[in-house]
Design a protein. Structure first.
Length: 280
């Protein structure tokens, strides 16, 4: 019996020693390599991680719902704009080769078609030339006078429209005005011509110098004194004397009486013997 008890005690001791040694070595490994069980360090909140596409992942798909802007349309419109400006400055018809030489390009069929259909360009198929089309086809003094003469109304002609395609419009208008062939209105700021009309010289009347001197010798009273001067001359003025208007206004103001303040509506009549009326 004592031998069995001794054997069991030895087995229990050996088991406890093995368990303790295993626990010791596992703790030693975890302490020696702290990065194995350590949690990853948090990333700064202000930075974003760059997404890395692995070979197994597919790249984002490109959407082809809109056409790619190649710039060809913008280049074409720029060439048309330069061609119109050049034709406007030259004021003469030019051939396709002359336009191509100025633009330093070859006139393609697309560019030719756009130039022919443009509303500011006149294309002549017989001579194959291009010219600027102004608002009014006027580029000389006789053409301007002819246009104003054939106008059915007295609306005149805007100088701003006249300058469109005619660089010598201002100079020609000044010469025609000096010769009294046209009537001109000018701006107040810089005295530039604004509108022009045909001057009908048949309506001009020559006044002798004697009548001019008599006219200038007559002094006209001030507008405020004019009605009184007419009455003194025995004439009835068409307007009322301002002085009489002022006197009448002063008399009316003196006659006005001050308005009495209206008393408010009394609702508590049952307390009239108690409440005192302070409005009187």
């Amino acid at each position: 019996m004592s031998s069995n008890y001794l054997n069991n005690s030895l087995k229990s001791f050996n088991t406890s020693v093995k368990n303790q040694s295993a626990t010791f070595f596992s703790q030693k490994r975890s302490v020696g390599n702290p990065s194995a069980n350590a949690a990853p360090a948090p990333e700064p909140s202000g930075l974003k991680r760059k997404r890395i596409i692995t070979p197994t992942q597919s790249a984002p798909k490109i959407v082809y719902s809109q056409p790619t802007d190649s710039g060809q349309v913008r280049d074409l419109m720029s060439q048309v704009h330069y061609a119109i400006t050049y034709l406007k400055d030259k004021e003469v018809a030019l051939t396709a080769n002359e336009l191509a030489s100025y633009l330093s390009i070859q006139l393609t069929d697309t560019l030719r078609l756009v130039l022919k259909d443009n509303e500011r360009i006149h294309y002549d198929p017989k001579s194959d030339t291009y010219a600027f089309k102004p608002i009014h086809n006027i580029r000389s003094a006789p053409a301007l006078l002819n246009y104003l003469t054939n106008q059915t109304t007295a609306q005149g002609l805007s100088v701003k429209e006249l300058k469109d395609g005619w660089s010598g419009a201002i100079e020609t208008v000044g010469k025609l005005e000096a010769d009294r062939d046209i009537l001109v209105t000018r701006t107040k700021k810089d005295n530039q011509p604004r509108m022009v009309w045909k001057n009908d010289k048949s309506l001009d009347v020559d006044v002798e110098d004697e009548f001019k001197s008599i006219w200038h010798r007559i002094t006209i009273p001030e507008p405020a004194e004019l009605p009184r001067c007419l009455q003194e001359a025995g004439l009835k003025p068409t307007s009322v004397d301002p002085a009489s208007i002022k006197r009448a206004a002063a008399n009316n103001a003196a006659r006005k009486k001050p308005k009495r303040a209206r008393a408010g509506r009394i609702t508590n009549t049952h307390m009239s013997h108690i409440i005192r009326d302070f409005s009187k």
